[in-house]
Design a protein around this ligand. Structure first.
Ligand code: FES
Length: 151
């Protein structure tokens, strides 16, 4: 098989797999999906990501994550199940993530929908980020390194 034939064959395979995927019937209708994922109907306003990749973990990003979890719980803002001390009507989702490229300047914390990436965050900074950014909509400039705009 020459190169053009190979490319054509691969293209057909890719197109074929896309076609097959689109033919897979959905298992649940929309209401069933909403029932299975309460976060979809919660009043979520912010999504906080804390990097717990290798480099950020080396500068205690797990403590940063724990501080967010504890303080957001105390304020009743952390979305999640009541049995876990969280609030099903919480407005903040907290998620650990893997490396985002701030490895040399962690711990990295990203807050969406604002698209603000904070660098060198420590557990001691968490209350300020919650108070200023999440509650009052003011970016903590001394820690903010990047803002990704949606437009
Ligand atoms: S390990 Fe956190 S940004 Fe790379």
């Amino acid at each position: 098989m020459n190169e053009p034939q190979l490319r054509q064959s691969m293209g057909q395979r890719v197109r074929g797999s896309i076609r097959r995927m689109s033919e897979v019937p959905r298992k649940f209708d929309r209401q069933q999906l909403l029932d299975l994922a309460p976060v979809a109907t919660a009043p979520i306003r912010y999504h906080v990501f804390v990097c717990t990749g290798k480099s950020c973990s080396a500068v205690d990003s797990v403590l940063v994550r724990d501080a967010f979890e504890q303080q957001l719980k105390e304020r009743g803002m952390l979305f999640g199940r009541e049995v876990k001390g969280k609030n099903p009507q919480g407005t903040v989702v907290l998620t650990e993530c893997a490396s985002v490229g701030f490895c040399a300047i962690g711990a990295a914390v990203m807050i969406y929908p604002d698209g603000v990436w904070y660098a060198q965050v420590s557990a001691n900074d968490v209350s300020e980020i919650i108070e200023e950014h999440i509650l009052n909509g003011r970016v903590v400039e001394r820690l903010a390194l990047l803002q990704i705009s949606g437009s």
